[in-house]
Design a protein around this ligand. Sequence first.
Ligand code: FAD
Length: 520
Amino acid sequence: MHPVRRILIVGGGTAGWLAACYLAKTLNSRAPGAIAISLVESSEIPGVGVGEGTFPSIRGTLSAIGIDEARFLRTCGATFKQGIRFVDWVRAPGGDGIDHYFHPFNTPSQRPGAPDPLPYWLLGDAGAGVPFAEAATMQKRVADAGRAPKRIGDPDYQGRMNYAYHFDAGRFAALLAEHGQSLGVQRTIATVVRAERDEAGDIVGVETREAGTLVADLYIDCTGFRAALIGEAMGEPLRSVRDTLFVDRALAMQVPDDRADAPLPAYTISTAHEAGWTWDIALQTRRGVGYVYSSRHSDDARAEAVLRRYIGPRADALTPRLLAFDAGWRPMQWKRNCVAIGLAAGFLEPLESTGIGLIEIATYLVAHLLPPDGDFARIAPRFNEAMNARYARIVDFLKLHYCLTRRTDSAFWRDNADPASIPASLRDLLALWRHRPPHRLDFVTDLEMFLPASWQFVLYGMEFATDPAALRPMHAQSARAREEFRMLRAVAARAVDDLPPHRALLDALCADPPRARVQA
Ligand code: FAD
């Protein structure tokens, strides 16, 4: 055991460069120059090249590493994201009833002293047929109206609405690489062919094809699905959750669309299909579209036909890229002097854009747990416990999107509703919520990536039924709750008027130099 003076990150995708930037910024601000951070990446092994939807935490990360918002938006062709619109998840297309629901990033508005809106929404006090996200937040109306979450002149990374981004993953990694080097990260282009370990099991060096052997005190594995260190060298296995989350393949396409009048939704559109779902993400000059599906329920040719039908004639000249994955994570992500971040640590389908969010969490934990004396055995169990808890809860949250479906039109949906495929932890919560609505005390919020509000938006977006008998005592405040719902509608209407159109704000912020006004 000796003090940590050199950290080597292996892999230069989003995980590698995000970790490099964050560690360089935070560790060097504590003790400038005390820890040398270097990154080695292969020019021969391509990164996964997807990962375009993010979580609001990305704003804090970008701000912490010191990239200004306009530069980020311009360089990465980015757009704003205010949530996810789920289409055809409750029932198959053509059925009676509402065909979509919205999961916004804003939490329900509740003024001091006002009642919790959820029970009153369940009682119908917001009006018949008004979705929960619309009754309880301004954001659904703002997003539906094509408005941006912030105004020109609002400080970087701050808005009137909670927000994240969509961006081009390749351009994002390139921006981080440039920025990381300006923060002092040493970059080597070389392919790691082998990691050498000592008798105790620590890595003592990684041998590269082009640059000899690279040596460090801590090795961070960001080699993507390859998991060259944590998997191949350290032998840590993946815990698969394929019996719960069935999808294991994706077909992805980049659909050019630079029409100035092309729709530019400030939300991801997730549409359910016979054996999975499509993501549809509008960037400034193209759409990123992909079909994530279960190979047990569809072959690749059939999946490609589903994707082409969804995109329409614009897909005719395009060839999709196929990605195969196994849903799961490594329970031991930090072992001795090796820690994995990103796809090397695990991957859960991108339904709620958790991939980059988990990279942010892991990076933050490494930076803040790092023992200066190099006693990794002391903190590795804490790291692993924190990451395991997060992955497990995300699995439950993702399964929530599937298991409440009323779709019976294909084996994929029937299998998803089979109780045997639902983790016991989620089954218990659903049983509880049949008799009373979710409460914040049902969640260990420190270990949750998703706040209780997110569970409520999905639960009631999927038309889950809570026994009305449980809500009867709440009637006392119905009049006050109705008034609150009415006021929120008025505030939301004003917000729609006040906020600029999504595209107009992007045009202003991405002009070089950024314009101080949004053009009408
Ligand atoms: P990669 O991007 O694969 O990078 C691996 C790096 O390691 C590359 O630079 C490669 O050259 C290098 N490398 C590999 N082997 C070696 C070696 N031997 N020597 C040297 N270098 C090596 N996440 C989200 O947050 N939102 C989304 O919307 C989203 N959508 C996704 C859709 C799909 C279909 C998939 C599969 C993933 C998605 N993700 C999403 C996850 C997201 O893409 C990843 O979390 C993110 O890109 C990080 O990837 P990575 O850096 O771990 O791996």
